[in-house]
Design a binder for this molecule. Structure first.
Ligand code: DAH
Length: 344
């Protein structure tokens, strides 16, 4: 007796199973149908009295199963649909392109340094670097700079305490010594790097700056070779029609020594100021490596000769970008640095 009631409940369970509300509105209908005050399960409890006594327990279990199933389905779907709605309802657009990553820019000193490196690379110079904390030998002695040379003075060079035989290098010429001591000619290198001098910091001078050093040592390297390499460099940097001149000068480690000037012109007041009224702009120092320096570094001056040159980078960058204060290079102010974003 009451078999049809069992079938009715089973039919209801199958129906609950097959329901698939896909919006919150449909889910509300589902709730009202199976869990609300007038739900479809409730009246079936009243049928209990029509079921044979020994089957009432099973009938009760079946009814509870229907109710539990409806509750479980409701709470799972409610969570899913609410989650979906909150992501749809927000402004989040998963297909929108991402925010651009802010890209830095190359420092103007690096831009010029790389340009110089590239020019010398094309004619077979390789790039080497070396230490910034030096000893007297590499910064002075092996470079033929005698004990009483003014560059050795405390007011020109930063010595490190407590052992003042160490110092911050005051020139990249130190790298020449390291190279000649450790390698056999032919040596053909350029060496960019930072140097330090005990200068009063102003718009035109700084206690730290960058240089590029060059060295070529081989059999029969001549002054004419040096001039041609420098001429090639000036043409690459300043253009085909550049004019250069070599002015006799003095450096302890080269003999003879020269300063290299490029012709800048005298077209306006700026040109007068920049070239001190001569029209010529000094760009580097150079010379034939002093035989004494070759010997001190373990190279036989009877067999080998060489030339060397050295130039400051900030000065070239100041000129290239028309910057009038060298301190800006070291302040790390992004408003200044950002202006070189398109430079390469
Ligand atoms: N070391 C020199 C300076 O700091 C620059 C220089 C001049 C380097 C002549 C050289 C050179 O190699 O031959 O002023």
């Amino acid at each position: 007796m009451g078999q049809e009631h069992f079938e009715e409940v089973e039919g209801l369970i199958a129906k609950i199973d097959s329901e698939n509300p896909s919006t919150l509105d449909e889910l509300e209908q589902f709730r009202l149908r199976y869990l609300g005050a007038k739900n479809l399960i409730k009246p079936l409890f009243a049928k209990m009295k029509d079921v044979a006594t020994d089957q009432r327990k099973d009938f009760g279990l079946l009814l509870n199963q229907a109710k539990n199933q409806a509750e479980a389905k409701f709470s799972t779907l409610q969570k899913q649909l609410k989650k979906r709605q909150s992501s749809e309802g927000s402004d989040l657009d998963l297909t929108a392109p991402g925010f651009p990553m802010p890209l830095g820019s190359r420092h103007p000193v690096s831009v010029v340094m790389n340009q110089i490196i590239e020019i010398f690379r094309r004619i077979g110079f390789s790039v080497v670097e070396n230490r910034e904390i030096e000893d007297e030998w590499h910064n002075f002695t092996a470079l033929n700079t005698p004990d009483d040379h003014p560059a050795r003075d405390m007011t020109d060079t930063y010595y490190l305490k407590p052992d003042i035989s160490r110092m911050l290098r005051s020139q990249t010429s130190t790298v020449q010594v390291h190279e000649m001591e450790s390698k056999e000619p032919p040596i053909r290198i350029i060496s960019p790097g930072r140097v330090y001098r005990n200068e009063t910091i102003s718009a035109r001078a700084h206690a730290q700056f960058h240089q590029v050093e060059g060295l070529y040592v081989d059999k029969e390297v001549s002054f004419a070779d040096m001039k041609q390499v420098i001429f090639y460099f000036a043409r690459e940097l300043y253009g085909e029609s550049v004019k250069i001149r070599l002015r006799p000068s003095y450096f302890p480690f080269t003999e003879p020594s020269a300063e290299v000037d490029v012709y800048w012109g005298l077209n306006n007041d700026d040109d007068y100021r920049m070239t001190k009224g001569t029209g010529w702009l000094e760009i580097m120092g150079c010379g034939m490596v002093d035989p004494n320096v070759l010997s001190l570094c373990g190279i036989d001056p009877e067999e080998y000769s060489g030339f060397a040159f050295g130039m400051g980078i900030e000065r070239q960058a100041l000129r290239k970008y028309k910057i009038n204060d060298i301190r800006m290079f070291f302040e790390n102010d992004v408003r200044f640095l950002r202006q070189f974003t398109s430079a390469h």
